[in-house]
Design a protein. Structure first.
Length: 95
């Protein structure tokens, strides 16, 4: 296993990245009104015991923003995505 390079890499070190990406796409697609159905667990259960702090959640949102900028997603859609993710913070951040 390689050494983490960002504030959040350690949370994904043992994750099934393909499955994680698929669930994230489903979640965003469903949250934006698309035809997808999110098949993952609820955020509180999935993140229980991980010790995620606000700084980690914020780092993920920042990384997502960088990706959206890279692919030239318009600011309006980026704000919509943050509006979808923001309410999840209370169920993900435990410390």
């Amino acid at each position: 296993m390689s050494r983490p390079t960002t504030a959040i890499n350690r949370f994904f070190a043992n994750a099934n990245i393909g499955r994680l990406k698929a669930r994230l796409v489903e979640q965003i697609c469903q949250g934006t009104g698309g035809p997808c159905t999110y098949r993952g667990g609820d955020m509180r259960s999935v993140h229980a015991g991980m010790g995620i702090q606000s700084k980690h959640f914020n780092a993920l949102v920042e990384d997502l923003g960088k990706s959206l900028n890279k692919f030239k997603v318009p600011a309006r859609e980026q704000r919509e995505l943050v509006a979808i993710l923001g309410p999840m913070k209370k169920d993900i951040v435990t410390r």
